[in-house]
Design a protein around this ligand. Structure first.
Ligand SMILES: Nc1nc2c(c(=O)[nH]1)N[C@H]1C(S)=C(S)[C@@H](COP(=O)(O)O)O[C@H]1N2
Ligand SMILES: [Mo]
Length: 411
């Protein structure tokens, strides 16, 4: 059931004394990373309870610095650079927000995911490096099938300050880190960005590298290890972390009782999630879950000649109703998703120094205690969610994924 999410107009105690103490936050948002800058996600079950479209106040926030104080009336977008095709220095464009708003626009839903989603699970293996944002050159936008947009609205409202008021770029299917917030300049260039963070973040380095070795071998500059696209992933949201079920006289009375497992899945490149499977026996056998994919009714469609090309940029929800007794001899529930290119998830996590792109089978452990006719089930997630202590100093970023409708300037 959706919780009341209108109570957003309070300053979080963690923000007091920081440059962000003018931004109101939803009280349920869980602080990740250090006190400042603000990185937060909604508790997983609250996020899923909201349904397919996440309300703005519960949308995950990933900031690497203060939220800039920008204004609609004074904000400008400069487009400049060098046109490699025609060997021309371009005449810079200087656009106001009102100019941008007058371009033809369309609305569609996109799920954004930070490359650090499920990072905490990798930190359980070994602490990974805290990450920082970077910027990247994007020639990808010239292909209209990629649906690159300049967004100025989110869920029919102007973007909230945290989420890049007044303007951001959206690159569907790309990791959040390449989706620049507070956009003020687009420079067309034939060279890759030389920003420090372009090379030192949002990379999956081979597992044997720690920071020292990566620095020594200058491995950061190897183009093989850059991440742009999302990878296929799925998560169990119900049973929730530490969910507890006590069944009295279970073996006599309740053995037809059913349980509803739930979660989400997403993939890259506009591909469709085709199926999600659950295993109760460590991957020996798999049970097909039911998919809920509101996006299938209205995918983004590009017409090339007579061929419509649909793209799916949103997460899918899955569910599976099984008898509670299936958990009796089950030590662990695992989930894996498949997409239209037969891509699926690896069984085991692979640690990497930046703790990125973890998409191994998501596992929930079940601890069962049988005491006479009492039957206790305790569900244990791979990591503790968020920051249960209420402090603001947890550095184990696990930022999640959220979906919204974005209003786009189709320029
Ligand atoms: N200017 C700027 N853009 C940014 C960032 C940032 O810190 N500064 N963080 C990036 C990262 S790592 C992610 S995951 C997304 C998060 O977007 P959100 O906070 O609106 O969910 O924005 C990206 N764009
Ligand atoms: Mo990110």
């Amino acid at each position: 059931m959706a919780t009341n999410i209108t109570n957003t107009n309070s300053i979080d105690p963690c923000d007091v004394g920081t440059p962000d103490d003018w931004i109101s936050r939803h009280p349920e948002m869980v602080h990740l990373s250090k006190k400042y800058p603000f990185n937060a996600e909604s508790p997983l079950s609250l996020l899923i309870d909201q349904g397919f479209i996440t309300p703005n106040p519960l949308y995950y926030v990933r900031n690497h610095g203060p939220v800039p104080k920008l204004h609609w009336d004074t904000h400008r977008l400069i487009v400049d650079g060098y046109d490699d095709l025609f060997l021309l220095i371009l005449k810079p464009l200087n656009l106001s927000m009102n100019n941008i708003e007058k371009f033809p626009y369309k609305k569609f839903s996109v799920t954004l995911v930070c490359a650090g989603n499920r990072k905490k699970e990798l930190n359980m293996i070994k602490q990974s490096k805290e990450s920082n944002w970077d910027s990247a050159a994007v020639k990808w936008c010239l292909n209209d099938i990629n649906d690159i947009i300049l967004a100025y609205k989110m869920n029919c409202e102007r973007l909230p300050p945290n989420h890049s008021y007044p303007l951001r770029v959206i690159i569907p299917g790309y990791i959040g880190g390449r989706i620049v917030k507070w956009l003020s300049r687009i420079t067309i260039s034939n060279k890759e960005s030389n920003s420090y963070y372009h090379y030192h973040d949002n990379r999956v380095l081979p597992s044997e590298y720690n920071v020292d070795q990566a620095n020594k071998k200058n491995i950061w500059y190897n183009p093989n290890y850059i991440i742009n696209y999302l990878n296929i992933n799925s998560v169990i949201t119900s049973s929730a972390y530490n969910e507890y079920i006590l069944l009295l006289n279970f073996f006599n009375n309740n053995n037809n009782q059913m349980y509803n497992l739930k979660g989400y899945a997403y993939t890259d490149s506009g591909n469709k999630i085709t199926h999600v499977e659950i295993s109760l026996d460590d991957g020996k056998t798999w049970i097909l879950a039911k998919l809920n994919q509101p996006e299938l009714d209205h995918p983004v469609v590009l017409k090339r000649g007579i061929n419509p090309i649909p793209r799916y940029w949103c997460w899918s929800f899955w569910s599976l109703t099984i008898p509670l007794y299936s958990f009796i001899r089950c030590e662990e529930i695992s989930v894996r998703a498949w997409d239209a290119t037969q891509n699926t998830q690896p069984r085991n996590p692979t640690w990497n120094v930046l703790g990125m792109m973890n998409n191994s089978h998501f596992r929930v452990k079940i601890n069962t205690i049988v005491q006479g006719s009492e039957f206790h089930l305790i569900f244990e997630h791979p990591i503790q969610p968020g920051n249960l202590s209420g402090e603001c100093n947890d550095v184990n970023t696990s930022i999640t994924t959220s979906c919204s409708v974005l209003e786009i300037s189709d320029s």
